[in-house]
Write a protein that binds this ligand. Structure first.
Ligand SMILES: [Fe+2]
Ligand SMILES: [Fe+2]
Length: 154
């Protein structure tokens, strides 16, 4: 397989994760209920639209390289409650980030200009992972790192 073919294949994997994001986030947007709906419906709706834009952008890139953009989404994770939806979103973003990083590994040899475009996507997916790690409470702080001399409630 040529380096260009390998890049097309990996871009198609990234596209499949973006397509999964379109559907997964849309389902979450319409299914989120309870008072969480007020906060998270818009977040899921916008995340779906952003994934659609990313899918289209990567489809454009695949096509200009002579590849056929995929119409098959990657794994779509479903959940009925908000914590499950956010955990599913985090898992999706981690998979999307890995897929974009895999594109980067082969981009320089295949199509150097594309490498920088891929870097922008890696930065964006990392932002999504970071945000969802905070939303799902994955970030832990050491109590000892808080400077109590500046005043605390406890
Ligand atoms: Fe994306
Ligand atoms: Fe993302």
């Amino acid at each position: 397989m040529s380096s260009k073919e390998e890049l097309i294949k990996r871009l198609n994997t990234a596209m499949a994760w973006e397509l999964a994001g379109v559907i997964q986030y849309m389902q979450a947007a319409v299914m989120v209920t309870g008072y969480e709906r007020e906060i998270f419906r818009e977040f899921f709706h916008e995340s779906s639209e952003e994934a659609r834009d990313h899918a289209e952008a990567v489809g454009e890139k695949i096509a200009v390289l002579g590849g056929v953009p995929t119409v098959e989404p990657a794994t779509i994770r479903q959940a009925a409650d908000i914590q499950g939806m956010l955990e599913a979103a985090l898992a999706l973003e981690i998979d999307a980030l890995k897929a974009w990083e895999a594109c980067h590994e082969v981009a320089e040899a295949a199509n150097p200009g594309t490498m920088f475009w891929i870097e922008e996507h890696i930065a964006e997916e990392q932002e999504h992972v970071d945000h969802l790690r905070k939303l799902t409470g994955k970030v832990k702080f050491a109590a000892g790192d808080i400077d109590k001399s500046k005043g605390t409630t406890a």
